[in-house]
Design a binder for this molecule. Sequence first.
Ligand SMILES: Cc1cc2nc3c(=O)[nH]c(=O)nc-3n(C[C@H](O)[C@H](O)[C@H](O)COP(=O)(O)OP(=O)(O)OC[C@H]3O[C@@H](n4cnc5c(N)ncnc54)[C@H](O)[C@@H]3O)c2cc1C
Length: 123
Amino acid sequence: MELKVQSNGHDYVGISYVSDVPFILIDLLCMNSIDDDVKQGSEWVEAGATLSKVYYNIANKSRTYGFSAGICPTVGVGGHIGGGDFGTMVRKYGLVANNVVDALIVNADGETLNKTSMGDDLF
Ligand SMILES: Cc1cc2nc3c(=O)[nH]c(=O)nc-3n(C[C@H](O)[C@H](O)[C@H](O)COP(=O)(O)OP(=O)(O)OC[C@H]3O[C@@H](n4cnc5c(N)ncnc54)[C@H](O)[C@@H]3O)c2cc1C
């Protein structure tokens, strides 16, 4: 069976939910918490959080910070960072990926890696 990962299902061609063969879906929709440190200018966001949840959270905590990401509120952060990324602030602040300072991923061996342990190439 194929294994598919979905953060919020906004892939234009349905890569996260369309297949010719049976597949198992890892749905990250409920992994959507935001652990922020807005005063430091950063926050940990789980993959299933929507862009609107991120924007709302930042706006509630800061009058100066924003987040240079897309305009669709229901896009998932996980898929957006990996394959989307642009919005109205892109010309000044770049893509989301340009602003990612660390990430936790689970590799095929089940190991959890951060920026340092995954290495520059993968990051
Ligand atoms: C209405 C609409 C408006 C949009 N507006 C914008 C915009 O303004 N700017 C912009 O840049 N893009 C925009 N997009 C595109 C959007 O950013 C991408 O389609 C993005 O990949 C969607 O992320 P998702 O998590 O919602 O989708 P998903 O379908 O869940 O995932 C998309 C892809 O990423 C993979 N993936 C998702 N989460 C993970 C994860 N945690 N780990 C590994 N792989 C993962 C999936 O397997 C799939 O291949 C828009 C899309 C739609 C439908």
